[in-house]
Write a protein that binds this ligand. Structure first.
Ligand code: F6P
Length: 369
C-alpha cells in the first residue's frame, strides 16, 4: 500500500481553513485504549501537530484510557510536549482495558467529563474493543467521537491495514531468520508462537516472509497429524530443520488434539499463549524429531515502529483531526487502497477481520513442507 499520501484529500484541512469552512478552533480530548501498539505516539503527535498548527485547536490527553476519562486525569498536549515521540513505542498516554459500559454510572461519567472539560470532540485510538465502545457512545449517547483503528493483529474490519502490524511482522520475521540458523545447526523443529488471537495475519505474513514450513492460524483449524506428516516428508527430502509458525489463537480440528484451556482476564478477554507448547510436544512425540518452542509474546508489541507504521500512523492522525473539523462523529479513519477515508465506527462492533484465505491457500501453502 502506498503510505505516502496526505490526510482526507490533499491538504484538505488547510484549504478548508482558508475557505473558513472549518474555521472554529476546538478543544479535543484523546485517549489510547486496549493493548499498546507501535505507532500510537505517532498518531497522537500528528493530531496535535495539525490540530495546533493548522486549526489552532487545544488538545488534551486522557491518561490510562477510560479510567482517565472517569477520574479526569489529563495532560495537556502540544507540539512541544510531543517532541521526540515519533519513533517511541508504547503510548505516552498509557492504556488500559475496560469499558465505561462495565459500571452503572460509567457512561454518564464520560458524558459529564466531556461536558465539564468543555470538549468539542473525543478521539479514541483503539482496537476492536475500544472502537466498539466508541461506536456505542456515539450511537446511544450521541457523544462527538472519532476513532483511529490500531492493533498489531491487523484484524479491524473496514481498514485494509492497521499500524503496528508491519512492525510486529518485521520483529517476528527477524526472529524467524535467526531461528533458521540454529535450527539447521541442530536439525531441530522450531515452533514459533506469534500474537493473533482471532486472526492469523501476523503468522501468515511472518511465515511467508520468514520461509516457514508450516503456518497455523485461527481461521483454518489444523490437524496435528497432517502437520507431522509434512515435517516428516520434508526430512525425507533431506531438510532436517523446520520452522512452524503458530498464531496464539490457532485451533485444532475437532477431535484431533486437545489444546490448553482458555484463561480469561477480568475484562473477559481470553488470555492466550501456550498453544505452541502443546504442538511442539506432539510434533516431538509423533515424529521423534527434536523440537523447541519460541514464544515471541509482547516483544512483538514493544519498541520503535517501522518507517511504514510511522507514516501510516501520521496519516491516520492527520486524517482524524480533519474528521473532527468535519464533525465526522461516529466515524473512524481507515486505509482503503492508497487513500485514508472515513468509515462508520459500527463496522467494528462484534467483528474481526480474518486473513484473506486466498493469501494463505494460494501463496503461503505453496511453501509448506
Ligand atoms: O490485541 C492485541 C494483542 O497483542 C493480541 O495479539 C494479544 O492476544 C493480546 O493483545 C495480549 O494482550 P495483553 O497485553 O493484555 O496480554
Amino acid at each position: 500500500m502506498d503510505a505516502s499520501r496526505g490526510g482526507l484529500g490533499r491538504d484538505g484541512g488547510r484549504l478548508a481553513w482558508r475557505l473558513g469552512i472549518y474555521s472554529r478552533r476546538v478543544r479535543v480530548g484523546m485517549l489510547t485504549g486496549g493493548g499498546d501498539c507501535p505507532g500510537l505516539n505517532a498518531v497522537i503527535r500528528a493530531i496535535v501537530r495539525k490540530g495546533e498548527r493548522v486549526y489552532g485547536d487545544e488538545l488534551i490527553g486522557f491518561l490510562d484510557a477510560w479510567d482517565g476519562v472517569r477520574d479526569r486525569r489529563t495532560m495537556p498536549l502540544n507540539v512541544e510536549t510531543m517532541r521526540g515521540s515519533l519513533p517511541k513505542g508504547g503510548t505516552m498516554l498509557g492504556t488500559r482495558r475496560g469499558s465505561p459500559f462495565d459500571t452503572p454510572t460509567g457512561v454518564e461519567e464520560v458524558g459529564k467529563t466531556i461536558a465539564d472539560l468543555g470538549l468539542d470532540a473525543l478521539v479514541v485510538i483503539g482496537g476492536n474493543g475500544s472502537l466498539s465502545i466508541a461506536s456505542r457512545l456515539f450511537a446511544e449517547v450521541g457523544l462527538p467521537i472519532v476513532g483511529v483503528p490500531k492493533t498489531i493483529d491487523n484484524d479491524i474490519v473496514g481498514t485494509d491495514v492497521t499500524f503496528g502490524f508491519n512492525t510486529a511482522v518485521q520483529i517476528a520475521t527477524d526472529a524467524i531468520d535467526r531461528l533458521h540458523t540454529t535450527a539447521e545447526s541442530h536439525d531441530r523443529v522450531m515452533v514459533v508462537e506469534v500474537m493473533g488471537r482471532h486472526s492469523g495475519w501476523i503468522a501468515t505474513y511472518a511465515g511467508i516472509a520468514g520461509g516457514a514450513s508450516v503456518v497455523l492460524i485461527p481461521e483454518i483449524p489444523f490437524d496435528i497429524q497432517e502437520v507431522c506428516d509434512r515435517i516428516v516428508r520434508r526430512h525425507d527430502r533431506g531438510r532436517y530443520a523446520s520452522i512452524v509458525v503458530v498464531a496464539e489463537g490457532a485451533e485444532s480440528k475437532p477431535g484431533t488434539l486437545e489444546l490448553t484451556d482458555k484463561v480469561y482476564d477480568k475484562f473477559g478477554h481470553v488470555r492466550l499463549g501456550g498453544v505452541a507448547d502443546v504442538i511442539a510436544r506432539e510434533i516431538g512425540e509423533r515424529t521423534g524429531f527434536e523440537t523447541r518452542v519460541v514464544m515471541l509474546g509482547h516483544v512483538q508489541r514493544g519498541g520503535t515502529p517501522t518507517a511504514f507504521d510511522r507514516v501510516l500512523s501520521t496519516r491516520f492522525g492527520v486524517a482524524a483531526i480533519d474528521l473532527v473539523h468535519q464533525s465526522g462523529w461516529g466515524q473512524m479513519v481507515v486505509a482503503r487502497g492508497s487513500e485514508i477515508v472515513p468509515a462508520p465506527l459500527e463496522l467494528t462492533v462484534g467483528q474481526t477481520r480474518s486473513v484473506d484465505v486466498s493469501l494463505y491457500r494460494d501463496v503461503a501453502e505453496v511453501f509448506f513442507a
